[in-house]
Design a protein around this ligand. Structure first.
Ligand SMILES: Cc1ncc(COP(=O)(O)O)c(C=O)c1O
Length: 453
């Protein structure tokens, strides 16, 4: 953090500062998830929010932000979308919240998800992405009778022991690019699980084909984000998802698309519809409930058969509760508006293009990678095709300065360059114009600083 930022931020957010001190006494790190803490870039303290409406947030000091953080993904329809909020309120008033038994609204929500997402013929609702992924991984092992899971560096699949590996780890521990070493993403993960995983670099067809030829018969599942949103926004190289699909079919392994964060972002049928590749199992969360907490595990009849037949117990007290199902049902309806995705992708592309031009005019090496409704601005001269590229080429210090200049101008996104900017389906042309004005000012400051270095 620069000193000038800290003093400007302190002056702008005195109530947040006081709340952070108070929160830190009872909440570890002063916030409810580690991604909201100082350790994850929210330094010297995160701004505390008062309310959100549409694409805007207001903090406790009355500062307004154009929101590109979107709750780290779920607020795909902006804050307090009137249709979703009303549907949830009505459902609670009419039905209750939790029965421990099935009910009709649950079927309605499931039918809409099945109709929307190509790879989902059957679906179970649950509560968080981590739960859905944990179930998908275990189900894949049960279904195939195999043990090995293939995952990719720089992807995040939640915090369960079986999969909380090799996200953003110390590059010195990660081994060579051609054959990375699995590295637990934090302390407490049993190292005995090392042998249950193979970790690969993403967007690298050779290493994948080599692995499948050598060990395909041992592999229960290959799990991937179909576009990597947990290392900026990295799109698959042409043919790469198709290769994951054909090789997994060839070797009898399941393909899991973890669409917890990509789901409903590019298209109502998720990234799998957008890229035209259908997995065996899909995990969903974030966008699924339009801001309400809900997740799902879905897949083909075949991949979900052990659950259907009762041979695999997928359980959870709060699974498919009324709040969750009302939110899913209403969100699926709102996302069906004709032209919605095309319009917002064009809007996001205008922002991305504007940022590219501002960066180019400033002479600062930067690139904007992604696709309309989600992208990242990397301070890098090189293309970023996977986590190793990001580690090697992207300038974190420059990103931090850009973030500092943007948040003090009322534009909010995550302070870490390995996160990204989300454009919701309710951001407006005016939001984009205001963001570009702020970005031009911010780059002017960065340019002046670079000149004086
Ligand atoms: C791709 C992916 N999978 C799983 C998760 C975990 O989801 P949750 O935070 O709901 O447990 C996340 C969260 O960011 C994610 O991005």
């Amino acid at each position: 953090m620069t000193e000038s930022f800290v003093s400007a931020y302190n002056a702008q957010t005195p109530t947040s500062k006081a709340l952070f001190e108070r929160a830190s006494k009872t909440i570890p790190g002063g916030a409810g998830s580690s991604a909201r803490t100082v350790k994850f870039g929210w330094s010297p303290y995160p701004p505390f929010m008062r309310q959100g409406t549409g694409s805007h947030l207001t903090d406790v000091d009355g500062n307004e932000y154009i929101d590109y953080l979107l709750g780290l993904g779920p607020m795909i329809l902006g804050h307090r979308h009137p249709v979703i909020t009303q549907a949830v309120a009505d459902a609670i008033a009419e039905y209750g919240t939790c029965f421990g038994l099935p009910y009709e609204l649950e079927i309605e929500a499931a039918e809409k998800v099945v109709a929307a997402v190509p790879g989902i013929e059957k679906v179970r609702f649950t509560n968080s992405g981590s739960e859905a992924v944990g179930s998908a991984v275990r189900l894949a092992r049960a279904h195939t009778g195999r043990r090995l899971i293939v995952r990719f560096e720089g992807h995040y699949h939640g915090w369960q022991d079986t999969i909380y590996w090799s996200n953003h780890v110390d590059p010195k521990l990660a081994g060579p690019k051609e054959s990375p070493r699995p590295v637990a993403s934090g302390p407490g993960v049993p190292l005995e699980l090392t042998d249950t995983l193979v970790v690969l670099s993403w967007n690298d067809p050779e290493s994948f084909v080599k692995l499948m030829n050598e060990r395909g018969h041992e592999i229960a599942a290959v799990i991937t984000e179909p576009a990597v949103f947990n290392t900026g926004c990295i799109l698959p190289e042409p043919g790469y998802l198709e290769l994951l699909r054909s090789e997994t079919i060839k070797h009898g392994s399941l393909l899991i698309f973890d669409e917890v964060i990509t789901g409903f972002r590019f298209a109502r049928g998720c990234a799998q519809e957008f890229f035209g590749v259908t997995p065996d199992l899909t995990t969903l969360a974030k966008g699924l409930g339009g801001g309400f907490p809900v997740a799902a595990l879905g897949g083909s009849h075949e991949a979900m058969s052990m659950i259907a037949e009762g041979r695999y117990s997928h359980s959870g007290t709060y699974n498919a509760n009324v709040v969750a199902c009302a939110a899913v049902s209403a969100t699926m309806d709102v996302l069906a508006e004709p032209g919605l995705y095309e319009r917002q992708r064009a809007l996001g592309d205008r922002l991305a293009e504007g940022l590219r031009k501002i960066a180019a005019d400033s002479g600062i090496a930067a690139r904007v990678d992604g696709l309309g409704t989600v992208f990242q601005l990397w301070f890098s001269e090189h293309a970023i095709k996977n986590w190793r590229d990001a580690e090697q080429y992207a300038d974190e210090a420059m990103f931090t300065r850009w973030w500092e200049e943007m948040i003090t101008r009322g534009v909010l996104f995550h302070p870490l360059q390995l996160e990204n900017l989300f454009v919701s389906l309710v951001h407006t042309d005016e939001d984009i114009d205001r963001t570009l004005v702020a970005a031009a000012d911010a780059f002017e400051v960065l340019r002046a600083e670079n000149r004086n270095r």
